[in-house]
Design a protein around this ligand. Structure first.
Ligand code: NAI
Length: 724
């Protein structure tokens, strides 16, 4: 009998066995080799000592219940390791199954987060009690890492709640539920307020069900809502793949398709066969590139970014207590809300009391919505609103230890508002600007303490967008950088750090995506195809509709300013083929974008987007201008990737993790790629493959696709793209 090293067996005098999940070598429990051996040993012992056992409780000694699969292992699974991964999974599932079918009641006492493998252990229990711990999450988020839950997750959720609910509530979106919402959605049976209550409830279930088994192990069990062999159900089934296809827009996300197939096929066979089907579909995903990309980005890179790879070391954190937000417009109002949500006092200042109050009303609106959806309570709402003080009086900013400026995009105005308040706030207050385009070094010249001045670029809408781009000016000090980083973490957002440059990282790179789409219009390519190519590449927004949202006059303004700056510095402005299209759209056709009521699209009275403007076909589209669809997609993806490499060359970017996360979370670079640099690293043929393809695009579509020297050198040295 192998020994159980990661699970403690604690049996009391009444015969209740508590299996304490407690991997001694890790801060969280994962499905590693040691767990495989441990759970097998536990199953052996449970079978051998069955007569002395009255019931079994799974719980954990860690803060989380169980963290799931070991992603460090998973990211390495290539074809050669696939069989091993398959065998490990099969062995773990067999052991869980032996415990599940022992004939004794099995309860999961979910004391903390149970995501992925953790929730699968809970699913292999007859009863689930979750501790209502703050921040605790329950669900099967594998799809968000390009995988499927192969520890019985597909097979058991389908049998627990039926194919439709399993797919929509649990599997396809990977929703992470709070314990209360997990209860409402049928993922757990009970919620407990304290650990003692949780264990008491687990024991009560055991007392009441001495011979418990899973519903699906009872003879004659039918999957709720039916299976495809039932004609009524079968009639609805085609809607699933069709909806899924629509949602994915042809973007290369294999996981949702495999999940759908595993659920439907698995529902028509017996339990054990369903587990095998699930495992086969998993193996296909785990050996593919998409899951590796997504694990790299959403697990490793995100962790690196949030834990401070780009934060200067050795500076004591000093949480912000009271923040001044200057400008209560769209951005200021959102920033005020996000700060108050984190418990920070906010003084929201605008030119008039009325304007400031309008900014606060935005928080009231968001909270009313949250309240109506049960996401907050009246007490929480009142407490949050009490933290926001709207004002027009600069003196009200006394005592603020941080300032975030979000007035109009105008250097002189920004200088003026900082002048007005810099001697009123705390003498060492952190000074931040939310400018989206103005160089930070120049803005800093308007304050007396330039070392404390930094860019904090939020994205709209602030309450939803998880990213903040921190911009270090030439004279920004390390202390300010560390404090800005900590402030972003304090409000639970993800900070990436860049050095000062026109457009920083995000605005500059997204500009290349948009320019490429617009340039294709100029080449005569059918506009609908361009939009379709963006969707198929995996971009969340269509390229021409995004241009309309941003307004066509904005890139002109930025272009002219940049051109002037380049020429003043003695450089040559290369121009872009999109320039001519934008000029014609604005000057000849008066179409400036959505806010002007007309752009690449038509807009209704209510501002709602209608059809693509038929004039595009008349004035731009030409027969024979079509290019391969693959080229259209890759022109967008390459234009952004290549410029990101140039940003590394220029020293604006220094961290690959920041670049990957910033590209996905800030500007909608397709998530399946794992981010803009992972796209290059994971490209077919690696860096040499990417370089060769860039040269091909340069030959066909213009010099802007020539790979930068840094990339060519790395490719020649056989490296992947790592930190500069
Ligand atoms: P907005 O026009 O909605 O709000 C600006 C606010 O500043 C107005 O309420 C105005 O009354 C106020 N203001 C003007 N002068 C003031 C003064 N002397 N003292 C106090 N308040 C004053 O503009 P929005 O969109 O909120 O943008 C603000 C800043 O954020 C700009 O620098 C913009 O470039 C930047 N930004 C905007 C993003 C966006 O998506 N709109 C994204 C990221 C940054």
């Amino acid at each position: 009998m192998t020994e159980s090293t990661t699970i403690r067996w604690e049996q009391d005098e009444t015969g209740v066995v508590t299996l304490v999940l407690d991997d001694p070598n890790q801060s969280a429990n994962t499905m590693n080799q040691a767990f495989k051996d441990s759970i097998a040993a536990v199953a052996d012992r449970a079978e051998a000592e069955k007569d002395s056992i009255r019931g079994i409780i799974y719980t954990s000694a860690k803060k989380t219940f169980f963290a799931g699969g070991d992603l460090k292992d998973m990211i390495q699974v290539g074809p050669e390791l696939a069989q091993q991964a398959f065998d490990t999974g099969t062995a773990i599932k067999a052991s869980l199954r032996r415990i599940e079918t022992l004939g004794k009641p099995v309860v999961a006492a979910i004391n903390g987060a149970a995501l992925g493998g953790g929730y699968e252990i809970a699913l292999a229990s007859h009863h689930r009690v979750a501790l209502d711990a703050p921040g605790s999450k329950i669900g099967l988020p594998e799809v968000t890492l390009g995988l499927l839950p192969a520890g019985g997750g597909v097979t058991r959720t389908v049998r627990l709640m039926g194919i439709t609910d399993a797919l929509l509530k649990v599997l396809l979106q990977g929703t992470q539920y709070s314990p209360r919402r997990a209860l409402e959605n049928g993922l757990v049976h009970e919620v407990a307020a304290t650990p003692e209550e949780m264990i008491a409830k687990a024991r009560a279930f055991i007392d009441a069900h001495p011979e418990s088994q899973q519903p699906w192990d009872v003879k004659g069990y039918k999957i709720p809502g039916g299976t495809p062999s039932n004609p009524r159900f079968a009639a609805n089934l085609p809607a699933f793949p069709a909806n899924l296809k629509k949602q994915l827009q042809g973007a290369p996300y294999p996981a949702p398709r495999n999940i759908l197939a595993a659920a439907v096929e698995g529902s028509q066979v017996d339990f054990e066969t369903a587990l095998t089907i699930e495992a086969r579909y998993f193996t296909e995903l785990v050996t593919g590139q998409t899951s590796k990309n997504m694990i790299q980005a959403f697990f490793f890179d995100l962790q690196a970014v949030n834990s401070g790879v780009s934060r200067p070391q050795g500076i004591e954190p000093r949480p912000v207590r009271r923040v001044a937000v200057l400008g209560a417009g769209m951005m200021g109002a959102g920033i005020a809300y996000s700060c108050a949500r984190a418990g920070i006092e906010v003084v929201l200042k605008d030119v008039s009391q009325e304007a400031a109050e309008k900014g606060k009303a935005y928080s009231e609106k968001l909270l009313a919505k949250a309240l109506s959806r049960g996401r907050t309570t009246e007490a929480e709402r009142d407490a949050l609103l009490a933290l926001i003080t709207p004002t027009a009086d600069p003196q009200a900013l006394a005592g603020c230890d941080a300032v975030i400026e979000a007035v109009f995009e105008d250097t002189a105005l920004k200088h003026k508002v900082f002048q007005e308040i810099q001697d009123i706030v705390e003498p060492d207050a952190l000074l931040c600007s939310n400018t989206s385009t103005l160089p930070i070094t120049g803005l800093a010249e308007g304050v007396s303490r330039q070392a404390d001045f930094i860019g904090l670029h939020f994205f709209s809408p602030v309450d939803k967008m998880p990213l903040v781009e921190i911009i270090k000016g030439e004279r920004t000090g390390d202390e300010a950088l560390a404090r800005a980083f900590d402030l972003v973490r304090q409000i639970k957002k993800t900070p990436i750090v860049v050095n000062d440059s026109r457009g920083f990282f995000t605005s500059r790179v997204i500009g290349h995506f948009i320019n490429e789409g617009v340039a294709m219009v100029g080449e005569g390519i059918e506009p609908a195809s361009i939009e379709q190519a963006a969707g198929q590449a995996g971009y969340p927004a269509k390229v021409l509709s995004l241009m309309d949202e941003l307004t066509l006059t904005l890139p002109r303004k930025i272009r002219n300013e940049t051109k002037r700056a380049v020429e003043e510095a003695g450089g040559v402005w290369p121009g872009h083929p999109s320039d001519a299209v934008i000029d014609r759209m604005v000057d000849e056709f008066g179409r400036t974008g959505r806010s002007g009521g007309a752009g690449f699209y038509e807009y209704g009275e209510d501002g709602k987007r209608g059809k693509l403007w038929p004039g595009l076909r008349e004035h731009f589209t030409r027969q024979g201008a079509e290019i391969p669809f693959e080229d259209m997609k890759e022109r967008m993806l390459f234009s952004e990737s290549l410029d990101t490499v140039r940003l590394f060359e220029e020293g604006v970017l220094t961290s690959v993790a920041d670049a990957n996360i910033g590209s996905i979370m800030g500007i909608g670079f397709p998530a399946w790629t794992g981010g803009v640099i992972q796209y290059i690293n994971g490209y077919e043929g690696g860096l040499p493959g990417f370089v060769a393809r860039a040269r091909e695009l340069a030959e066909r579509y213009g010099e802007r696709f020539q790979p930068p020297a840094l990339l060519v050198e790395k490719a020649e040295r056989g490296e992947t793209f790592k930190d500069a």
